[in-house]
Design a protein around this ligand. Structure first.
Ligand code: PHE
Length: 359
């Protein structure tokens, strides 16, 4: 017995003295490996008389357990220390200037958002925001998408777990900001906003990522017509693509929150085998739009007999791909420094209309 006690103390002391994971592994093999001390002791049980075994068995098993526990505890301590050392070693000073070795570039999505704000500010639009974690009333119901509406399933919605007063979702589009803007305006004044931001759907391939970016546009006033919508989109897309020959095609479509609804295609030409925006050799869909549905105006607190409006929604990532010629959306969110260096923008490239927004 005393021998076993001594052995235990000795083994635990040497385990606690191990200064690295390699040394600890050696200690483990010496104790519990095939030829280890404790394994050997366990083997002696077979040759004992029943009485001896009854006395020695529990003692040897207890020894094995305390050594196993000591090994696990030491391993956790050493791993934590290794992690701490690595974190200290990989420390990055975020206050370093941008010309430090890593460099720093503006992500194309941020650049496009700045361009949009610049273009629409010139047309008298303010920038509005809303929460990314939305309740289903703002994301669906108020936008004329009742609970049983197939569009809820169409959106591949991420629902949040847990009990909430109203079911909570990661917003599937920026359209809930329409409702928030109308509510904030109080139902008695005109609105002109764009709302850029993150949106979420459970979808992933070369042209879809679970998180993506949209920009919403909303105009509410008296006497607003489809003509105002078309002019605004044309002016926006010409400024954005920096070409006067941008041609739009409005195709009748369906969104629950607009009536009538139109999908907007932009014309492209093929130059040296590549699609270039401008002309009308082919058409690419760029956004959804329409006249704000009267039910939506009412949900926002506006009287549809007096007020009309138009709205549009557009994928920002897609706009960036079309303008700057990227072909895989997933690369936008990989954080690969080489991609960012290639497609990123200098922090001094602030978009201005006078300089050309994408300059
Ligand atoms: N919310 C729609 C979408 O995500 C786009 C849209 C916005 C359509 C506003 C019409 C009006 O597909």
């Amino acid at each position: 017995m005393t021998d076993l006690n001594d052995l235990r103390q000795h083994m635990i002391a040497s385990i606690d003295a191990c200064s690295g994971l390699d040394a600890l592994e050696t200690a483990r093999v010496e104790a519990l490996g095939k030829q280890g001390r404790i394994t050997q002791l366990l083997k002696t049980l077979g040759g004992m008389t029943p009485d001896e075994r009854q006395a020695q068995g529990p003692a040897i098993h207890a020894l094995r357990e305390s050594v196993t526990a000591a090994l696990a505890a030491r391993k956790a301590t050493l791993e934590q220390a290794a992690l701490d050392a690595r974190l200290a070693d990989e420390h990055i000073d975020m206050t370093l200037p941008v010309d430090a070795p890593l460099g720093g570039t503006i992500h194309p999505v941020s650049q496009v958002m700045d361009e949009l704000a610049e273009i629409f500010a010139d047309l008298g639009f303010a920038v509005a925001t809303g929460p990314e974690i939305e309740d289903d009333w703002h994301n669906f119901t108020a936008l004329n998408i009742p609970e049983t509406h197939p569009a809820r399933a169409m959106h591949d919605t991420f629902y949040l777990a847990g009990e909430h007063e109203r079911p909570m979702v990661l917003r599937t589009h920026t359209s809930p900001v329409q409702i928030r803007a109308m509510k904030a305006a109080g139902g008695n004044q005109p609105i002109r906003i764009i709302a850029p931001g993150r949106t979420y759907r459970s979808d992933s391939d070369a042209t879809h990522t679970p998180m993506f970016h949209q920009v919403e546009g909303l105009v509410i006033d008296k006497g607003i017509t489809l003509g105002h919508l078309k002019w605004t989109l044309e002016t926006f897309l010409r400024a954005f693509f920096e070409r006067d020959d941008v041609v739009l095609r409005l195709r009748p479509s369906y969104f629950p929150f607009t009536e009538p609804s139109a999908e907007v295609d932009v014309g492209y030409s093929v130059v040296k085998g590549k699609r270039v925006i401008g002309g009308s050799e082919g058409w690419m869909e760029v956004l959804g739009s329409g006249m704000v549905h009267r039910t939506v105006l009412e949900a926002g607190g506006y009287d549809p007999a007096e007020w009309q409006g138009f709205a549009f929604g557009c994928g920002i990532d897609r706009l960036a791909m079309l303008k700057y010629g990227m072909d895989d959306l997933r690369a936008f969110f990989d954080g690969d420094i080489r991609w960012l260096k290639h497609y990123g923008f200098s922090s001094l490239d602030v978009p201005t209309l006078s300089g050309g927004v994408g300059a």
